[in-house]
Design a protein around this ligand. Structure first.
Ligand code: PMP
Length: 331
């Protein structure tokens, strides 16, 4: 019989698929995307959760019956919750109140507890997202805070899994790797592995929202979620990427919608952003070049925003139609 022992064993080994329509007239290179939404928790963050928890157990930071406390509103929380429930840990996630109810409900569905903090307070206030999670981690006996922004096991998990999978699945033919930069774990770990294994011939390209520090900005604001920063996290090694390409929200969201409509790939805004950066770089590439672009999560979490015409119009992203009436359709 072919089956996995438990859901966590299904993390990783995500497939590559070729882009066919959005590349037309833009590049002769092969552009492959790696579908991280096919991980069981729906994102690339499933990969780091297992490694971070394994290391914490090994280092004695997390003991049986312990509690995981992390400020996260999304994908990292789901990954941690999946591993925690297999191993009997309690999970408490701290989310700012700007995070939608649907996102919080995903975390509670997996049995996590969610503490909501006000967005409109200074980051150093005790009531902030960071202040509350620090206090919980300090005061709950047996609490462990993974701190994905600084934890070296984040990049390490990509070095040990994402990188080798890409090298294996492309039979060593990959020439360019493109990923968005959030904590920086994905590009640092995957990029480092691909540079080493290829004798430093694979070009590593980071994609970053306009305004973020990685492409020379000072911080926010931008709307694309999960990428860009206003500080330099320890999980990111700026020596790994050869180049960082800046992408606007409008470009990211337009491409995210095209991926769904033209390729049948329903992914989040940071995936659209990474594809825009890849196509900018691939415009000057040749037919023997093989780009691999990592798409971190699926599009279902963004139905109310990127895939909602009303939201897109309200925030000034394009002039999508107001909706379809029978008259529109028959006219
Ligand atoms: N996209 C999304 C949707 C994410 O949640 C993340 C993780 N913050 C990223 C991209 C970036 O990945 P990394 O943190 O490894 O840089």
């Amino acid at each position: 019989m072919k089956y996995a022992e438990n859901i966590v064993d299904l993390v990783g080994n995500t497939p590559l698929v070729k882009l066919n329509r959005v590349t037309e007239g833009v590049t002769d290179a092969t552009v492959l995307v790696k579908l991280e939404y096919l991980n069981p928790g729906g994102s690339s963050k499933d990969r780091i959760a297992g490694r971070i928890i394994d290391a914490a157990e090994r280092d004695g930071l997390l003991k049986p019956g312990g509690t995981i406390v992390e400020p996260t509103s999304g994908n990292t929380g789901v990954g941690l919750a999946l591993v925690a429930l297999q191993r009997g840990y309690r999970c408490i996630f701290v989310c700012p109140d700007k995070v939608g109810e649907d996102k919080r409900n995903v975390l509670t569905a997996y049995g996590a507890e969610v503490v909501v903090t006000p967005t409109a307070v200074a980051p150093d206030s005790p009531e902030s997202y960071y202040g509350v999670s620090d206090r919980l981690a300090r005061e709950i006996p047996g609490a462990f805070k993974p701190n994905q922004y600084e934890n070296p096991n984040g990049p390490r998990s990509h070095y040990e899994t994402t990188g080798p999978e890409i090298w294996r699945d492309t039979e060593g033919k990959v020439t360019h790797f493109v990923a968005g930069v959030g904590t920086g774990g994905t590009i640092t770990g995957t990029g480092r592995y691909l540079r080493e294994v290829s004798g430093d011939t694979v070009r590593i390209i980071g994609a970053d929202p306009e305004g973020s520090v990685y492409s020379g900005g000072t911080g926010r604001p931008y709307f694309v979620e999960g990428v860009g920063e206003d500080f330099w996290p320890g999980a990111y090694d700026p020596a790994v990427p050869h180049e960082i390409i800046e992408v606007s929200d409008a470009e990211s969201f337009a491409m995210t919608r095209r991926l769904a409509r033209e390729e049948g790939i329903l992914v989040g805004g940071s995936s659209g952003m990474a594809v825009v950066a890849a196509l900018k770089a691939a415009a000057s590439a040749g037919p023997d070049d093989v780009f691999v672009v990592l798409l971190p999560d699926g599009g279902r979490g963004y139905l109310g925003k990127i895939f909602n015409d009303k939201w897109m119009r309200a925030y000034g992203f394009g002039n999508a139609p107001a909706g379809h009436t029978i008259a529109d359709i028959l006219s």
